[in-house]
Each structure stands twice: as C-alpha cells, then as structure tokens.
Design a protein around this ligand. Structure first.
Ligand code: FEO
Ligand code: CA
Ligand code: CA
Ligand code: CA
Length: 635
C-alpha cells in the first residue's frame, strides 16, 4: 500500500535502541504426500535452488533486460507475453451470482460482494491435483480508492457506499484453467469465493475470548466480522493461504485524545475511510475492543468452500505485511512476518507441534500453539530472537502483560520493552529452506535519522532512506534458533544520485522501494517495487520509471529488469505454477494519485490500464506472464 499509509504510521516512539518459498512443486507434493514423504523424497530434490532439466537448465537468468519506461503499459522481455486477467469487478464465479462489471462503477454493494475486489496484492496459485494448467488463485484486495469505486466518488457518502467499500476488500478465490494457451476463469465454480470486511472469521489462539477482544456484538470474543487491508500472502505446507492484515488503524475513528496504547497502534481521531459514519463497529470511541480484532494473520482453506477462515492470534498482532513458513528438521512450522510501518519489527513464530500429515484439517490448530519471537539485529552481523513470553523478562503483569493474550494483542509494546530493532518498514519475506536463509525487503524509511526519530543502525544504515534495501539472515542452526547472522543482500538506489544514501549498490538494473519478493523453484529471487505516485519521475527517482519486477541471481548478485507496469501502478504479488511456466503477478492501483484518491470527475486520469477505454476507470488486475515458446519463466 502507499500514501504511504505506512509512512504516515510512525507510532514507534519507544526508547529501545521461499521457504525456498517451499517452492510450488514442493508444496504440492507435500500437501499430497504428507510429512512422511517430506524429508526423504519431497524436499531433497527441490531445495537445491538450482535449475533442473525439467525446469529448463542453463544460466539462471536467460532473458534480455528491459529498460525503464514511463508509458501506461506493461512490458516484458523479448519472447514473453503478459496478459491482464481477473481485474477488479469481474465476477468470481459464484453460481447464479455473476453480475457483469460496469465501467461507470454503478455496480451495487451486493454485486461487489461476488466480484473481484479492488487493489489486488498478494496472490498464490494452488494446483488442483498437482496441475500446472488447472488450479485456484487466492489473492488479496488490500484497500479501496473510493474515488473510483463509486460513480461520484465520495460525494453523498452513504451506508451503501460503505458496504460496497467493505465488499471490495478482503480475499478472492477463483478457479482457473489453461485452455488453448490462455488462462481462463472457470465460472461457475464450487471454489469461487469472496472474503470481505464483513465475512465471519474465527478468532483463535491466546487473544480469543480475551477481555481485550470481547465486544458488544461478540461477547465471547471468538468471531470477528471481516478481514481488511490484506497485503501480502503466503502458503502453508498443508495447503492453506495466509494473508496479513496490514494498515488496519486507518479504518477506525478514535477518541479526541487516544490513550498511549491506542497511539502506539496509530489510532487517530479520524481515520481515512469514513466507515465509522455508517458502521459504528469502526468507531473506537464506542467499540474500543473492535480495534484489537484486526492486525492478525488470517488462514484460509481455499479448497473447502464451506470452511470458516481463522485469525491466528498466536502469531502476534501487527500491521502485518504477510506471513511465510519454514519447517524445522523435526517438522515444526516457523512463521516469519514483518510489520510494515516505520521503525517496526520482524517476528517469527515457532509452532509447538510438528506439522501433521493429512493437509488442512489435520493442522487446523497448529498455528494456535507455539512461541513468538521478535528480532534484534546487532552490529557486526549478529542477531538474536527475543521471546515474547508472558512472565519472562519485562513482560509482567506490572508492565501490562497479565497473560499471553495481552502479550499478543500488545505485541508492539512487548517488543519495545524487549529492545527489538526498529526496521525500515519490513515488507515481504522469502525463505531458502535448505540454506536456512531468509530475505526481507525493507522498502524505505524517509524518517530514518530525522529530528526526534531513531538514527541509523547497522541493519538500517542509511539516513532519509527513501530507496530501501533487502536484508538477509541465516539461522544459527535450525529455523528455531535463537541467534542468526545477517547481511544486506542489496541496497537499492541510483548511482546517478548525488546523495550517497540514495545511490545504493545494485549490480545491474536499478530499482527503488523493494516490496514484493519470492524465491522460485529455480532459485531466482524476484523483486517487485512500490514507489509511490507522490515521489515518482522526479528528484532522486527520476531514473526509476514505472514500478517494476526484477530477477536477482543470488550466486552472482546480478539484478535484471524483467517487467515494467503501467503508470502509477504498484507491481506486487508473485506466484508460479509448479512447472514454472506461468507466472501470476498483480498490478495494484494503476493511475494512483498522490493523495491515493482519484477524482471521479477527472476524465484525464493518469492511467486507464488495462481496458484503455477513453475516460474509463483504471482497474487493478492480475497479469499472466508466459514465455512464447512455453519455457520456464526467467530462462
Ligand atoms: Fe501493503 Fe506494506 O504493503
Ligand atoms: Ca500500493
Ligand atoms: Ca509498499
Ligand atoms: Ca507491500
């Protein structure tokens, strides 16, 4: 997300200083075969991170780099094609409920509740029966541009508009199939589903039923309506989808003078979305605990259309970008996550129990029991994981942590007391399961080193860090280790810039503001960018062009530009089919304005991608990338 809402969120004033992405084929076999086959037959051939014959052999990066552009289009290398797919407003395929999208945005809230949401973000491909031509796409819809969502934007604000905005949030599941060389939506489909800001979610883990999560409408504190600001995505080894609730604070209106706890979570007197005017649930003056029921990692089983999704509170409350899973040698799940806000933290959760064979149902409570840690990055490349355990160290009742529920609801405050390292906005993570190495994009932090703000430190070494960096660490032993070694994979920037802090050390094609990240089965690290409309095409960003996706060869350090998106669109979310021959990414908010809200009366919008209808509304959409000769992506 942008406006940078994360940049606005600077509430940390505390004083403390893929799976190898479990590659798609691994996940598929893993889910099918269960853990019994895991160590011996499933992970072993897949964890090398090197090309195999079936994946296309030869040099890791085989495509020709593309230049930057400021055109309102998408560009891929020679020999590739990119096609827009499932844009905002397309019906997802619920039987008997498939209203067509209307270009003037006159679809109702009820229509929107069965159509693709707005502002596509994290995405994952779930193969059906291991197929690379038939599967499910689960994806997040992070937030809304209400200037585009309603015919007259935010004029005459109404309950129907709030309902439509809520229906445009959340997660979509669509069934898709590759037919005659084109991916198509299967409609209707028994899997087609929308999760919105009003769908029921079970609350589990230490915060379920807690005094801090009970509300007038839910006195038991176990059932929350809705998920929102769903940003990045991950997939579990047992075949479910994980989605992070990121900037939830901006949906709420707070009291005139928020208390210290509310302030620490960025609650303001007036939020951004104007939902409380027609939905009292988001008025934190009247319903203060509703605020505690967001900021969780949610888990969805896309293969069971009747399943109730779950908010996993044991993973801690945070402005979660997303969550990604590694596995210890004895089969326990280790969930890494970061909190994308300035000066916030990186977490990991180690499950108490090993992953059970048998898929989603067999692991229905796995993420409810375990230990949560927060990262401290020390000088000279060492680091420690600090346990957020009630009663240990400063996490006592006297300090406001009377029980484990209070620790997870107030994980920011707990991390402050433990002395965790304040990072430059942690976004996506990618995990190399074999090397026990984790990569994390730290997208930027223009406030680093500013007056009254935390200064640079070893892990966040640049003042006024507008460019961002990718940090990596390797666990000291297994993934449940208490210590790690870290270094910077790359500092983003443009060597043409005068300011040393804006130059970076990229070897190859330049980029800024790394955000989306994944490690594919061949070992390519894919990096996506999220420069904001307010900063692009000028100053230190003059040479950066539109947002883009690049491929990074970790063995050489080379960065090569693979994709550029339309004007003012973020490139985010990336997933591949098990055969590595189709890549799905998302374009979020093409034509984004500096204020993050479009003017519906303005016919000359910055972008009208992907439909290019004169005067039409730009639409977030998925992009399907294929190599014309059918080869693996990146070769
Ligand atoms: Fe939703 Fe931090 O990007
Ligand atoms: Ca965005
Ligand atoms: Ca971002
Ligand atoms: Ca992001």
């Amino acid at each position: 997300m942008s406006k940078d809402f994360e940049s606005m969120e600077d509430s940390n004033r505390s004083a403390n200083a893929g799976i190898h992405d479990v590659s798609d084929p691994a996940r598929r076999l893993w889910v099918q075969g269960g853990l019994g086959t895991l160590a011996a037959t499933v992970l072993a051939p897949l964890l090398g991170g090197c090309a195999t014959a079936s994946m296309g052999g030869g040099p890791l990066l085989g495509f020709k780099s593309i230049p930057i552009t400021d055109k309102d289009t998408m560009v891929v290398p020679e020999g590739y094609e990119a096609v827009a797919f499932v844009p905002w407003g397309e019906p997802v395929g619920v039987s008997g409920q498939m209203p067509a999208w209307r270009m003037d945005a006159s679809n109702s809230a009820a229509d929107q509740a069965v159509q693709m949401g707005m502002h596509h973000d994290g995405i994952h491909y779930f193969p059906i029966g291991g197929s690379s031509t038939h599967g499910l796409l689960a994806m997040n819809h992070e937030y809304t541009d209400d200037g585009l969502l309603h015919p007259d934007g935010m004029k005459t604000w109404s309950a129907e508009k709030v309902r439509k905005a809520q229906a445009a949030h959340g997660v979509s599941v669509v069934e898709i199939e590759l037919l005659d060389g084109r991916w198509q939506v299967v409609r209707p489909s028994k899997y087609a589903r929308r999760f919105t800001a009003s769908s029921p979610f079970a609350l589990t883990g230490p915060a379920a039923g807690h005094a801090l999560t009970r509300t007038e409408a839910d006195p038991a504190g176990t059932l929350v309506l809705g998920t929102l600001n769903n940003c990045a995505s991950g997939m579990t080894p047992w075949g479910t989808y994980l989605s992070g609730e990121e900037n939830f604070a901006f949906y709420f209106d707070g009291p005139d003078a928020p208390d210290a706890d509310q302030k620490r979570w960025g609650l303001r007197k007036t939020g951004f979305y104007r939902w409380p005017e027609h939905d009292a649930r988001f008025d934190a003056k009247r319903h203060p605990n509703e605020f505690h029921r967001f900021g969780w990692v949610v888990e969805i089983d896309p293969f069971d259309p009747t399943s109730v999704p779950v908010k996993r509170t044991a993973l801690g409350r945070a402005a979660h970008e997303g969550a990604w899973i590694a596995v210890t040698h004895d089969g326990r799940a280790v969930v890494y996550s970061g909190e994308d806000a300035r000066f916030e933290y990186i977490y990991k959760f180690v499950s108490r129990d090993p992953i059970a064979p048998g898929g989603a149902k067999a692991n229905a409570t796995l993420l409810d029991h375990g230990t949560l840690y927060v990262a401290r990055f020390d000088a000279a490349g060492s680091g420690r994981w600090l346990p957020l355990v009630q009663g240990q160290g400063p996490l006592t009742a006297a300090n406001g942590f009377a029980d484990p529920g209070a620790v997870v609801v107030r994980s920011r405050q707990a991390s402050d007391l433990l002395g965790a390292t304040k990072m430059d906005r942690p976004e996506w993570l990618a995990i190399d399961q074999k090397a026990r190495t984790v990569y994390c994009t730290l997208t930027n932090n223009g406030s680093r080193g500013a007056k009254d703000m935390p200064d640079v430190d070893a892990a966040n070494p640049r003042a006024m860090n507008v460019m961002g960096q990718i940090i990596q660490w390797t666990e000291d032993g297994d993934f449940d280790a208490m210590a790690f070694r870290w270094t910077h994979l790359v500092l983003a920037g443009d060597p043409a810039n005068q300011r040393p802090e804006a130059r970076g050390n990229i070897q190859g094609d330049i980029f800024a503001c790394p955000d989306g990240l994944t490690l594919d089965a061949r070992g390519v690290l894919w990096v996506q960018t999220d420069m904001h409309a307010s900063q692009m095409y000028k100053g230190e960003f003059k040479g950066m062009g539109n947002n883009q996706m690049l491929a990074l060869d970790r063995s050489t350090g080379e960065v090569r530009r693979f994709f550029t998106g339309p004007v003012n669109g973020e490139v985010t979310g990336v997933t591949l089919t098990p055969d590595g021959r189709t890549m799905f990414i998302n374009i979020q908010h093409p034509g984004e304005t500096a204020s993050d809200r479009s003017d519906p009366a303005n016919p000359s919008r910055y972008s009208n991608w992907p439909d290019y209808q004169p005067g039409g509304r730009p639409r977030s959409a998925t992009v399907v990338i294929r190599k014309k000769d059918g080869g693996p992506i990146g070769t």
